[in-house]
Design a binder for this molecule. Structure first.
Ligand code: COA
Length: 149
């Protein structure tokens, strides 16, 4: 089941985040996204009443941008990412976005493969994008129908 992320989910989300993302976002970052940012949409994936993954996006006029996308390690490689990706694509389509973009570390083979599977293509390289180790990022983009007015 997918539902919108709530403030009460954040302890669990941060628990997964700290094991999955380097450098992880802090709880206050997520609080900002949920409480303040008018463009943000965050969702959690629930299995057996427990959050096992989550994703976030910004929907800004005709552009959608994925900000985070995580399946907890214990549940990876079981096809669960489909539920989050289908949600992101349907929200972007409902919002009449022209495309969905994201940045991903060039070393993140699993995520790059996932995004390619869903029709994202590498559009550009952002040199030294990540401040922790100066790793490059791929800017990936998936074109959509659009018709934003
Ligand atoms: C990337 C991530 C979300 C994939 O989630 P997942 O639930 O394990 O993925 P799925 O089992 O649904 O697999 C979907 C596709 O992703 C790709 N994939 C997933 N894990 C992979 C791996 N270890 N190696 C290569 N490809 C992989 C494959 O294309 C796969 O399709 P296939 O099964 O037909 O080969 C997960 O590895 C993750 O949370 N990683 C840590 C957080 C992260 O890096 N997020 C992305 C930030 S940009």
């Amino acid at each position: 089941m997918i539902r919108e992320m709530l403030l009460t989910d954040l302890d669990r989300v941060i628990n997964i985040e700290n094991k999955s993302i380097n450098p992880p976002w802090k709880k206050t970052d997520y609080e900002y996204e949920l409480r303040v940012n008018p463009y943000s949409r965050y969702y959690v994936l629930i299995l057996n009443e427990e959050i096992i993954g989550y994703c976030g996006m910004w929907v800004m006029f005709d552009q959608a941008q994925i900000t985070t996308f995580v399946i907890e390690k214990e549940h990876q490689r079981q096809g669960y990412s489909k539920y989050l990706m289908d949600k992101i694509i349907s929200v972007a389509n409902e919002s009449k976005c022209e495309n969905i973009t994201l940045e991903v570390r060039v070393s993140n083979v699993a995520a790059i493969s996932l995004y390619k599977k869903y029709g994202f293509i590498i559009a550009n390289i952002r040199k030294s994008y990540y401040s922790d180790n100066h790793e490059d990022a791929y800017l990936m983009i998936k074109p959509l129908g659009g018709n934003y007015e």
